[in-house]
Design a protein around this ligand. Structure first.
Ligand SMILES: CC(C)(COP(=O)(O)OP(=O)(O)OC[C@H]1O[C@@H](n2cnc3c(N)ncnc32)[C@H](O)[C@@H]1OP(=O)(O)O)[C@@H](O)C(=O)NCCC(=O)NCCS
Length: 252
């Protein structure tokens, strides 16, 4: 078992913790001086990520809640750490929640929303969770969604892929993908808001640039958000492979 990420700072006097909770870890967490009540730590165990909630009680007695693997369990897991979004400038919008994609969004209409963008295909919940887990493990996928809390549905989504490079001193290149707003919510500046959040996120992650492919009709939309067609560098070339499993209807 090894710790791969998580808020592992903020405890003192942790001998008991380290001995009893982390005895199987390759690496012990590093602690600093301020105690906190709850730590969420993600670990990689037998190839699967798991989230451990550690409740810090008086006298530093520790109770650990081992959540089930998302392949089998019903617990809610976020695709990336939501604290990152809290560090950005997000306007509060009444009744709407801006957050990372969650493992439970299969039941909140996430795939139906994507179907307004392009062909999605038939994906059952198990398959969705498998792909979700794969994306989470990769650590480069940032799917930001907006949920309408009044109906508990995901009504908008956009994806940042932070592609790791060797070039430019091992820089990250951002790619904006799969921007979609539910057609009942369009024209309310939610698309613009989501793209702006992705831009902030890309800057926060120190991407050296962010690129996208889009239909010609959407060029004004993206230009209004600061994207530019660079002279001599504004081409998108594709080869489409025919694949029975990939029904390309809208040619996105
Ligand atoms: C494109 C899309 C995400 C825009 O979302 P939206 O919430 O309706 O857009 P917004 O309300 O934020 O629009 C912001 C601005 O862009 C303009 N705009 C919106 N859609 C546009 C379009 N298709 N072409 C040109 N301008 C557009 C709006 O008029 C608005 O201008 P304003 O700031 O002057 O008022 C949404 O129409 C959608 O989901 N479309 C289907 C999926 C899709 O094609 N996604 C893009 C894949 S690359």
């Amino acid at each position: 078992m090894r710790i791969i990420s998580g808020n592992t700072t903020s405890l003192t006097g942790t001998e008991h913790l380290e001995r009893n909770v982390f005895k199987k870890c390759d690496k012990s967490p590093k602690w600093d001086s301020k105690p906190r009540r709850l730590l969420e730590i993600e670990v990689l165990l037998n190839g699967f990520e798991r989230t451990y909630d550690i409740f810090v009680l008086p006298r530093l007695r520790v109770k650990m809640n081992l959540q089930q693997d998302i392949h089998h369990g019903e617990e809610e897991v976020e695709l990336f750490n939501k604290n990152i979004l809290e560090r950005l400038t997000l306007p509060p919008i009444e009744g709407l929640l801006i957050r990372p994609l969650r493992s439970t969004d299969y039941d909140k209409g996430f795939l139906q929303l994507l179907a307004q963008l392009t062909e999605v295909g038939k994906i059952n919940k198990e398959h969705f969770l498998k792909i979700f887990q794969r994306m989470k493990n990769a650590g480069i996928y940032y799917i930001v969604v907006i949920e309408d809390l009044s109906c508990a549905k995901v009504i908008a989504s956009a994806t940042l892929i932070a592609e790791q490079k060797f070039i430019h001193n091992c820089a990250l290149r951002g790619r904006l993908e799969d921007v979609v707003v539910n057609n009942n919510y369009r024209g309310k500046h939610l698309g613009k808001l989501l793209v702006n959040i992705i831009l902030q996120l890309a800057r926060y992650l120190h991407c050296y640039k962010i690129s996208l492919d889009c239909r010609d009709t959407l060029i004004p939309f993206y230009e209004s958000l600061g994207f530019k067609r660079e002279p001599n560098n504004a081409n998108s070339l594709n080869i489409r492979f025919s694949n029975e499993n990939t029904t390309e209807q809208s040619h996105l």
